[in-house]
Design a protein around this ligand. Structure first.
Ligand code: APR
Ligand code: ZN
Length: 250
C-alpha cells in the first residue's frame, strides 16, 4: 500500500494533506479519542467548549496545561515528511485540525489551521491581544489570567472551542483547496468533527485520489483508494522515500 500511495503522490501536482491529532502523537501530544485520548479523562463540554470556558475558565486552563506543556514539543518525522512533499512540489497545502503549530516548525509553508492555534491570545470582552509572556506566570501558578486592558477573566488562546465558528477565511480556503486538489491525504484523524471532517468528502466528490494513514480504522475508510493502518511517524517517511525514488526515474 505504501508503494501505491507513493505512485499516486509522485504523479500529483496539487496534493492536499489533512491532519489531526494523530500526527502529533509521536511528538508527545495526547490525542482526543482512541486509547488514552483526552476525552476519556476530560468532558469536552466542560473544558473545551465556549460555554464551559465562560462558565469556568479555570477548568479550561487546567485542561490546557496538558496541551500547553507540550508547547516545547518538536515535529516528528511525519511532519518533516509532509514539509518535504511540499518542497518537491507535490503538496500544495496542509489543512490541519491541530493547534500545536508543528507543521510550521517542520518547515511547511502553506498551513491552514482550521481550529486556530495556541500561538496568541485575545480578550473575549474587549478584544485586547495578549502574548504568552503576559499570561504564563498566572497559568503556571494555577490562576486564571485577567485582561491587561479591561480586567476580564476571559482571556483565551485563539483556538476554536466547541460551539465556536471556524475562522471563515481559513475554512473557505480549505474548501477551495479540497475541491481543487488532485490527491487528498488524511493523516492521524478520526474524521468525526465537522465541518472539518466534510473536507475529505468534498475532495472525493471532486475526483481526487484519496489516501488515509491512521492508527485505527475510521468510519470514512470506504471513500479512500489507499488505506494504511500505522504510525504516521513511521509510514510517512517510507512513502516519501518511495516518492523520491519514483521521481528520480522521471
Ligand atoms: N499515527 C497515526 N494515527 C494516529 C497515531 C499515530 N501515531 N496515534 C493516534 N492516531 C489516530 C487515532 O487512531 C485517531 O483515529 O489519530 C486519530 C486521532 O483522532 P482524534 O483524537 O479524534 O483527533 P482529531 O481527529 O484531530 O480530532 C478532531 O476534535 O476534539 C476536537 O478540536 C479537537 O481538532 C480536534 C478535533
Ligand atoms: Zn479585555
Amino acid at each position: 500500500m505504501i508503494k501505491i500511495a507513493a505512485e499516486i503522490l509522485a504523479k500529483s501536482k496539487r496534493a492536499v494533506v489533512f491532519t489531526g491529532a494523530g500526527i502529533s502523537a509521536e511528538s508527545g501530544i495526547p490525542t482526543f479519542r482512541g486509547q488514552n485520548g483526552l476525552w476519556t479523562k476530560y468532558d469536552p463540554e466542560e473544558v473545551a467548549s465556549i460555554h464551559g470556558f465562560r462558565r469556568n475558565p479555570k477548568a479550561f486552563w487546567e485542561f490546557s496545561k496538558e496541551l500547553m506543556i507540550k508547547a516545547t514539543a518538536e515535529p516528528n518525522p511525519a511532519h518533516y515528511a509532509i514539509a518535504e512533499l511540499e518542497r518537491i512540489g507535490i503538496v500544495r497545502a496542509v489543512i490541519t485540525q491541530n493547534v500545536d503549530m508543528l507543521h510550521q516548525k517542520a518547515g511547511s509553508r502553506k498551513v491552514l489551521e482550521l481550529h486556530g492555534s495556541f500561538g496568541s491570545l485575545e480578550c473575549l470582552d474587549c478584544g485586547a491581544e495578549h502574548c504568552w509572556d503576559e499570561v504564563l506566570p498566572k497559568v503556571s501558578a494555577g490562576d486564571v489570567p485577567t485582561c491587561k486592558n479591561c480586567k476580564s477573566f476571559y482571556v483565551k488562546p485563539k483556538v476554536v472551542l466547541f460551539g465556536e465558528p471556524l475562522p471563515r477565511k481559513v475554512l473557505l480556503e480549505a474548501i477551495e483547496e479540497s475541491r481543487f486538489c488532485d490527491t487528498f491525504m488524511v493523516v492521524g484523524s478520526s474524521l468525526v468533527v465537522y465541518p472539518a471532517a466534510e473536507l475529505p468528502f468534498i475532495a472525493k466528490r471532486s475526483g481526487a485520489n484519496m489516501i488515509i494513514v491512521n492508527l485505527e480504522p475510521t468510519h470514512a475508510d470506504l471513500i479512500f483508494d489507499v488505506v494504511i493502518y500505522g504510525k504516521a511517524g513511521e509510514v510517512l517517511p517510507k512513502i516519501v522515500e518511495e516518492v523520491k525514488k519514483l521521481k528520480s526515474y522521471t
